[in-house]
Design a protein around this ligand. Structure first.
Ligand SMILES: NC(=O)c1ccc[n+]([C@@H]2O[C@H](COP(=O)([O-])OP(=O)(O)OC[C@H]3O[C@@H](n4cnc5c(N)ncnc54)[C@H](O)[C@@H]3O)[C@@H](O)[C@H]2O)c1
Length: 273
């Protein structure tokens, strides 16, 4: 059997380091023969060490499937245009696009949601939500029939998880954006989905208490544990591949079943002694 991504080309947006969910998905895509263009957060002009680029380059640049690594700040339309032009030049057309990007200021995340600042709200929504629409629209002319776009979401957009705050609002808007995109791109046979991952240790998740949530999942989730980076990586690759053909507009939970619970389950039994 041919590798899952043989002859497939696409974009991986959102690797910061080797804990990043985007990296764990990309690993599977690369192992299965895919060719990828990667983004990194732009470095400040006065940063001679180019820390952001360096962190991603040392993970991906030597890999045969890495076709380019280019800076991208998704809050800048010019950056998106230049990045997609680079993708056209290096890859021609696209079979998959991974959007694994979110940001909210620590100040806003640490406030009660009711006290979110106007600028902080706009920034979080711009980077964490609007960017999916902007990237999809810029990539649209390059997308092959059967291409797949995938974004990363979290249960905090469906239910209230104290501490997730403004990011919960962003994830709810991201889920809706994903569904509307799935409708728009359906006639071109392009699928759009979201993977809702259980809490994993990453740079971004340290700001929203993923460690404590991971402990809770062990007590409450039907599987009695949290998920792993590897599990999320494999399902992410599945959703980007032709194996998930027929699935679009879907939020797929990879969370050891936590989202189905309507009570603390076995944790309640423990509390009762
Ligand atoms: N880690 C978790 O527990 C968890 C659970 C569910 C969903 N997610 C989601 O997964 C996605 C990836 O996060 P992660 O946990 O792998 O953390 P991460 O910090 O490794 O990845 C976040 C990425 O967003 C990028 N980014 C931020 N602002 C950007 C901008 N303006 N332009 C371009 N890129 C920008 C960062 O450079 C980084 O690569 C996010 O959408 C996050 O909300 C994470």
């Amino acid at each position: 059997m041919q590798p899952l991504f043989a002859g497939k080309k696409g974009l991986i947006l959102g690797i910061a380091n080797d804990y990043s969910i985007a990296w764990h998905i990309a690993k599977n895509v690369l192992e299965q023969g895919g060719e990828c263009g990667f983004s990194h957060l732009p470095d400040k002009p006065d940063d001679e060490r180019k820390k952001n680029r360096h962190r991603v380059a040392k993970i991906v640049e030597a890999l045969p499937g890495c076709k380019f690594l280019h800076p991208l700040d998704v809050s800048r339309d010019e950056d998106i245009a230049v990045f997609v032009a680079k993708a056209k030049e290096e890859l021609g057309t696209l079979d998959f696009v991974l959007h694994s990007i979110a940001y909210a200021s620590l100040d806003d995340l640490r406030r009660e949601t009711i006290a979110t600042s106007r600028d902080g709200f706009k920034l979080a929504m711009d980077i964490s939500v609007y960017s999916l629409l902007a990237v999809a629209n810029a990539c649209r002319p390059l997308l092959n029939p059967n291409a797949s776009i995938l974004t990363l979401t979290y249960f905090g957009g469906e239910k209230v998880l104290p501490g997730y705050n403004v990011m919960g609002i962003c994830k709810a808007a991201l889920d809706a954006s994903m569904k509307y995109l799935a409708y728009d791109l359906g006639p071109a046979s392009v699928r759009v989905n979201a993977l809702s991952a259980g809490p994993l240790k990453t740079l971004a998740s340290s700001a929203v208490g993923a460690k404590d949530m991971g402990e809770l999942y062990k007590e409450v989730a039907p599987l009695g544990r949290n998920v792993t980076h590897d599990e999320v990586g494999r399902i992410g690759a599945f959703l980007l591949s032709d194996f998930s053909g027929g699935i679009t507009g879907e939020v797929l939970h990879v969370d050891a079943g936590y989202n189905i619970m309507g009570s603390p389950g076995r944790m309640l039994d423990k509390l009762k002694g």
